[in-house]
Design a protein around this ligand. Structure first.
Ligand SMILES: Cc1ncc(COP(=O)(O)O)c(C=O)c1O
Length: 373
């Protein structure tokens, strides 16, 4: 059998949150709420769905390589088309960045327990993957700036961050940016941008453009289009030009491109999604705090809850699952004592809270077997 490099053998692949079908099979439950993958509980943007249906008749033709969506985004953001790239989700673009920029001796730098999608991509390239710890569950930008070496090629920052939901502020980013050499590429992953954009301290990266920063955004979250795979990025034209050489020529698909173009017009859906999410976050913050849980303040569409121990996190996740709520245990992120819970429909979020009350009630009456060991 052909040999693969040792770093591929050693790679832990991305494991997605449990699907509703799997939970149904395991527990034979009539009603399942999947709150494990930060998806939009309202479904896909209806305007995008109509556009995708209209695009089906043209599927005998090759797609444009994202050209039409690039043009639309350039108009909206008052940029040149050459400053815009589209791809199969923001992860598709991240994969191209890894392929385009990294040499064997380069290092990537990010926070500990960063978004796993990025970790897997970087490690699949076999380069050194260096991290610094969080500070109060936020990126420690000062420590990251200090950790830059002459080998650092890419710094990955997700803002808001997954899995913590926290943001770094404009002030913190400005301070950090002054310490980053021009030869270092900063990936600013703004997958949850729309949820955070109205926060007064949020640094919307489109308000200041730097030559060594690429902004990544996605239709997977607020527009409810995770299943079709469409994302986009903004950067200096030289940077985008090099990515365009490496990207698969017919990515994204014609259907995905049609969805993206249409979704941008669906203001009503965006508004409804934001309102629902804000209510969900308020509910979780209040109800979980009342149960004595720590809820990390989130600017995204999920909350992270650090529990007393990995054992307790496991039991609570299992207890919620048995009752029909799938949440995300964060073991794969390197945070086995933490759970991440996405906001759902109003009913699903309420059910999640009710299930958590039951499960935490049991936790209070049964002594923690891990502690009595
Ligand atoms: C921080 C972050 N970036 C990127 C992604 C992936 O986005 P896409 O579906 O556009 O590839 C996610 C999805 O969970 C995410 O949390």
């Amino acid at each position: 059998m052909p040999l693969v490099p040792a770093y591929i053998e050693a790679l832990r692949p991305y494991v997605a949150g449990m699907s509703a079908e799997e939970a149904r099979r395991r527990y034979n439950l009539p009603l399942i709420d999947k709150l494990a993958s930060n998806e939009n509980p309202l479904g896909p943007s209806p305007v995008a769905v109509e556009a995708m249906q209209r695009s089906l008749g043209g599927l005998n033709l090759y797609p444009t390589g994202g050209q039409l969506l690039r043009q639309r985004l350039a108009e909206l953001y008052e940029l040149k088309v050459e400053n815009v790239i589209t791809g199969s989700g923001s992860e598709g673009i991240m994969a191209n960045i890894i392929r385009t920029f990294l040499l064997d001796d380069d290092e990537v730098l990010t926070t500990e327990n960063a978004f796993i999608g990025f970790r897997v991509l970087a490690q699949s390239r076999g380069v050194a993957y260096r991290t610094v710890p969080y500070r109060e569950w936020r990126y420690d930008l000062a420590a990251l700036a200090e950790a830059i070496t002459e080998k650092t090629k890419i710094i990955y920052l997700a803002n808001p961050n997954n899995p913590t939901g926290t943001i770094f502020t404009r002030h913190e980013f400005d301070d950090f940016y002054r310490h980053v050499p021009e030869r270092v590429l900063i990936i600013l992953d703004e997958a949850y941008f729309e949820y955070a954009k109205d926060h007064p301290k949020y640094p919307d990266s489109m308000h200041y453009r730097y030559d060594n920063v690429i902004t990544l955004r996605t239709f997977s979250k607020i527009y409810g289009l995770a299943g079709i795979r469409i994302g986009y990025g903004f950067a200096h034209e030289r940077l985008i030009g090099n990515l365009m050489k490496v990207k698969l020529p017919f990515e994204p698909s014609a259907v995905a491109e049609a969805a993206g173009i249409a979704a941008l017009e669906d203001r009503e859906f965006l508004h409804r999604s934001l309102e629902l999410n804000a209510r969900g976050l308020r509910l979780y913050q209040q109800a979980f705090s009342e149960l004595g849980l720590t809820v990390v303040v989130s600017e995204a569409n999920f909350v992270m809850i650090p529990m007393a121990s990995a054992e307790q996190a496991g039991r609570v996740a299992e207890g919620l699952l048995e009752r029909g709520t799938i949440v995300r245990p964060l073991t794969a992120f390197g945070l086995p004592h933490c759970l991440r819970i996405s906001t759902g429909t109003a009913e699903a979020s309420e059910r999640c809270v009710a299930h958590m009350r039951e499960v935490m009630g049991k936790e209070a009456t049964c002594p923690d077997p891990a502690k009595s060991r």
